[in-house]
Ligand binder design. Structure first.
Ligand SMILES: Cc1cc2nc3c(=O)[nH]c(=O)nc-3n(C[C@H](O)[C@H](O)[C@H](O)COP(=O)(O)OP(=O)(O)OC[C@H]3O[C@@H](n4cnc5c(N)ncnc54)[C@H](O)[C@@H]3O)c2cc1C
Length: 496
């Protein structure tokens, strides 16, 4: 290995993801500080026919990040700045564009954007991911007319094969090619091509190491949230009458959570509605109301989760009532806050203990009812036949159509149905496998970052569900002809 790279590297280091269900000891674990370090690492790897991959916060439960050769932590590459307007096309100068170091953690990003008077249009339920990690697996939040991460991005800056630097944008990209060449000469190749952009933007790092990302954000905004408790029988009726989907269309952000277990003859749901507050009505100073203190408090204390895991393992039958209580705790008449505080929907404790499989379906009411009722049946069967219980409610979220070729929301309004549980409760992975089988049978498309090992056996299914998979593979092979950025995950998914 190039001895100059030693100062950036650790050897005999075992990396693991946040939940510790995925581990790998690569040949070297690097902490690059800029794109030039990355370029040297890539060149060194290619001279020895080794592979290179990067990790973000390690919040994917799948093997998507794993690499046995050179693995890069992006954590030293965190920066947030306004995009250089001098390089933009005239027509794009009015946009709110920020250029972010790939390793920027979303929590920090949100704070810095807020200071700049800006905000992400949407985010997932937590803010512990890195910018590049959230992007490259297609992290989504909720809101049927709101974008997931790949659809907020306008430009990807990447180190590719040979240590070459690329800036990749869609056909109608934001960058003026003449201005780009004036500034960068041929040191950074500008590619403006839909096929490359919509492949790389949700490409698990399979085309190169992303070092910066340009995102389109919004002026900072406030939101109002309410959480009400409803029974599944009533919500089901609203779904089938069309009333519910109409409300989803006309509300900025909607999600609901269901107890998979029946209690007193029905399933309890918590319905979360979030509205963007118009600019002239935004509260100032102390205008914000805190979220229900009980739900925030319990979600942040790891010890309580750990003792819950022990309690569930000792007394699994109590799970149905624990979920019932937890849903009721989240009831909140009104919570007003800055957008990123309202969009954050979870507690810190889920990072090490939560694990899930999540599936995307066409956002149709009948489909939602069908899938949820199959979940209820399976949860009951696991309990009755095996005394196996899943320790969480089922979240249901909505996302706008995506243009990213490997997005599970590609080209259609999508509902995501998640099956989270607590890692290390008895039967955790077996329960998730049964759900994967059932959801695949119902035409659900698994999230790339969640537990999705059943797809390894179903390359035919991937090909039938991702209609742009061949274009993705073609662009990956063109951008990475030596296979430097490939890993077993991409191969096992049949995408190499
Ligand atoms: C508690 C919890 C809650 C979650 N909630 C949601 C949610 O609400 N919605 C949702 O959609 N998902 C959710 N997820 C899943 C999570 O958002 C994704 O798995 C996301 O990819 C994790 O980001 P990360 O920074 O940890 O990336 P990692 O998991 O570390 O990496 C993800 C992928 O990106 C690649 N990668 C990362 N950085 C780079 C880079 N700079 N260059 C090249 N490749 C790179 C890695 O190789 C890997 O393939 C949640 C996960 C957890 C643990």
């Amino acid at each position: 290995m190039n001895p100059d790279l030693n100062k950036l590297a650790k050897e005999r280091y075992t990396w693991h993801n946040a939940t510790n269900n995925v581990r790998v000891t690569p040949l070297r674990f690097f902490y690059p500080t800029d794109e030039f370090d990355i370029a040297e690492i890539v060149k060194d790897a290619e001279q020895q026919s080794l592979k290179v991959r990067a990790v973000g916060s390690g919040h994917s439960f799948s093997e998507v990040a794993v690499c046995k050769d050179y693995l890069l932590s992006m954590k030293k590459m965190d920066s947030v700045e306004k995009t250089d307007a001098g390089l933009l096309k005239e027509a794009c100068k009015h946009k709110h564009l920020v250029t972010l170091g790939a390793g920027t953690i979303l929590m920090e990003l949100n704070k810095k954007l807020d200071k700049m008077g800006l905000a992400l249009p949407n985010m997932g339920a937590v803010d512990f991911q890195t910018v590049s990690g959230a992007l490259l697996t297609g992290t989504h939040g909720t809101g049927i007319n709101q974008p997931a991460f790949p659809d907020m991005v306008r430009s990807i800056h990447m180190v590719g094969t040979g240590g070459k630097m690329y800036q990749i944008e869609p056909d109608d990209g934001i960058t003026d090619p003449v201005r780009h060449t004036d500034k960068h000469g041929d040191s950074i190749e500008l590619i403006q091509d839909d096929r490359d952009f919509y492949s790389a933007v949700l490409g698990f790092g399979g085309m190169g190491i992303v070092y910066k990302v340009t995102m389109e954000v919004k002026p900072a905004f406030w939101m109002k949230e309410s959480r009400e408790i409803v029974k599944w029988s009533a919500l089901r009726e609203q779904l089938l009458s069309g009333e519910f989907m109409d409300m989803v269309e006309h509300t900025d952000f909607v999600a609901f959570r269901v107890n998979p277990y029946e209690v007193k003859g029905d399933h309890t749901c918590a319905l979360v509605k979030q509205h963007i507050i118009p600019e002239d009505e935004q509260p100032r100073g102390w205008g914000a109301r805190r979220r229900n203190i009980l739900s925030t408090f319990f979600g942040d204390i790891e010890y309580l989760i750990e003792s819950t895991i022990r309690r569930i393992n000792r007394n699994p039958k109590k799970v149905r009532n624990s979920i019932e209580q937890a849903l009721k705790f989240t009831r909140d008449r009104e919570f007003t806050g800055k957008s990123f505080k309202v969009l954050f929907q979870s507690g810190i404790s889920v990072v090490r203990h939560g694990i899930s499989s999540e599936f995307a379906f066409e956002a149709r009411a009948e489909k939602i009812v069908e899938v949820l009722e199959r979940i209820f049946v399976l949860a009951k069967r696991n309990a009755e036949n095996g005394n196996l219980y899943q320790a969480s409610h089922i979240p249901v979220r909505f996302v706008q159509p995506s243009r990213a070729y490997l997005s599970s929301a590609y080209n259609r309004k999508t509902v995501y149905i998640d099956v989270p549980l607590l890692h290390k409760t008895v039967g955790d992975f077996e329960i998730l496998e049964r759900y994967q089988e059932m959801m695949i049978e119902l035409d659900g498309i698994p999230h790339w970052g969640k537990v999705n090992n059943k797809l390894y056996e179903r390359n035919d299914f991937i090909k039938s569900k991702f209609c742009r998979h061949a274009a993705w593979t073609e662009r990956r092979n063109l951008l990475d002809p030596k296979g430097t950025f490939l890993n077993d995950f991409i191969i096992k998914m049949g995408l190499a």
